[in-house]
Design a protein around this ligand. Sequence first.
Ligand code: ZN
Length: 338
Amino acid sequence: MDSWILKGVKHLVNEPTSVNITSSTQVKIKVTHLMLTDFDDVLYNGGFDVVYPKIPGRAAVGIVMETGDNCYGLEKGTRVYFEPTRACGECLECKSGRPKECTTVESAGKDFDGFMRDFVVCEYNEVAPLPDSVSDFQALCIETIAIAENIYDKLNLSAGQRVAIIGADFSGNIIAQVLQYHKITPIIIDNNAYNLENAKRCGIYYAFAGDDDLENNLNSATSGNLCDAAVYCATSRLPLSLATRLVSNGKTVVISCQSEINATLSARDVLNKNLRVLGVSQAYDYTDTVINMLVHNAVDVDHFAKEILTEYNPAALFAERSATAVKKSKMTILKMVL
Ligand SMILES: [Zn+2]
């Protein structure tokens, strides 16, 4: 049974293994679909501190094959989403019985093994059952939507306020949609024509290029008041300093990314405008909220171009992704069950 293991930087090998349930609260799951993420690319390229070996893959769904006697809400055949993050169990919050406030949340592929393998045995509460109305692709988007929802919660804005989103690839687009679902007005800024068009297809009204017209465009969209917050997505390739320029005094800049970012923010810009700067890169404990959002069609993911591969060599795929400077605008999904 295939199991792809990262043994070191850019060193991914398949070491077939078999896994079995060893306690009454464990489930055995056949992984059916796995989406390659920016996080996996960073992992493959050695961008995180990782103790090898580790199995990559953090956006995955599967089908329950076998359950222990004490696995509530799951049975053979249940379709499930794998939680990509777990509370550490070690920090003060975890030890005080508040795992939802864990200060060192662990991540699949980095702190514990991810899901790029045929079978996973895990605790029953480390997966979430999926309603029939949530498609496999929607489920693969859960963490990205969860991060967007986490950003919305942290911004604490009210209806009608405006948020600039710098970078409108997959995650920027989803952040815009989630804000719009909550009646916040997103203003997308990106230099990629496909991303701007896709934002419009997803119902985002304001989508501007980061060019010389941006200031005028933004002024007309905000009646000259600038934005109430800005969210910077790392894959945008636009300067981080743009985020501080687009917001008015005393507002918030969120930096959100799961890819490598070497941009710098000027302390002078932050101080001159008395800004609050937040980093949001994960969303522990948001899965149930997001599944409920998907059931209510809060986010439209049908417009994202995707390739579904039934024959693949993950090592070659990662090598190809790290070699191309321009990110593919297509989501890559491995279909692991035929
Ligand atoms: Zn903890």
